[in-house]
Design a protein around this ligand. Sequence first.
Ligand code: KG4
Ligand code: ZN
Length: 348
Amino acid sequence: MSKVVLGIETSCDETGVGIVRGSELLANTVASSMAEHARFGGVVPEIAARAHLEAMQPTITAALREAELELTDIDAVAVTAGPGLAGALMVGIGAAKGLASALNVPLYGVNHLVGHVAADALDRDEIELPTVALLVSGGHTSLLHVRDLVRDSELLGETIDDAAGEAFDKVARLMGLGYPGGPAIDEAAVDGDPDAIRFPRGLTLPKDRERHRFDFSFSGLKTSVARWIEREQAAWREIPVADVAASFREAVVDVLLTKALDACAHKETPRLLLGGGVVANARLRSEAQRRCEEAGVELRVPPLQLCTDNGAMIAGLGALAIAAGSQPSPPEFGAVSTLDVRYTVLEH
Ligand code: KG4
Ligand code: ZN
């Protein structure tokens, strides 16, 4: 009988508690502090940590109710050990340690990024590997090659400045649109022309290929949008909001998919998995479909509630680690904000 694993996720602004039995999803409960960050235009770590502390107990209770289980039915606990905001991670790890020791069950500190890939296993019985994974959220933009979820993940590249979601949030802010910026820009872009303005595609020049072939940079793009708007305003021209939004979105989507498909070709892996909150983007989804089809690459997009940060993917990864014979994490493990993707489980 597969183990019942409770997973806790607190790396950013979502307090996620999920429960799985093997790859079967029993509960996925999420509380978000997003609204509390809105007036700052981005996640404030201290506010996120405090919100996790307040939401933790109710979210655990809600997850148990959803799964129709008691605490004593839990066979193991998994928790995000990193990467993420240190203070936020510590709240989840503290709760997980308390729970695991009170229940006398093993505890697994796991990798958030690999968790995004594990989300795919909850949507089907078995995860198909190897795969390239493009993980895009407010906190990370990472390109992974995963051969074995527990033992063999490689980070091909990541953002060297802003995360993709952060770029949406910052550009939305300078355009006077709401927070979070992704949905606001998606909406503003509906009737816009994606080719109206040619914004720069970061790290895609031939000279970038050697050192940054699979890395991303969005801060130049953000500055370019700001300068473009300033120039138009200085000339007393009205800002074509829909065209700016659509052209900006196009630049982000183009870079993300060009690099992801280049990674598929480079690794001879015709499979691409998407994860992270930016996967909600309408253009990213439609272009991913079109370009993957064109390239003969199988596209996997888990349901959105499993793409955004959640505890179910952490529980799912914990279950996979247990099945693969991973050792529980040592009792003294702590938050590792920059946890390397090679460490799926903190074993020593
Ligand atoms: O994975 P997620 O919920 O977790 C955090 O990073 O907290 O991702 C949130 C991010 C935000 O930056 C938000 O602007 C972005 O995902 N996002 C989107 C869309 N919906 C959310 N970005 C682009 N288009 C969207 N439709
Ligand atoms: Zn994430």
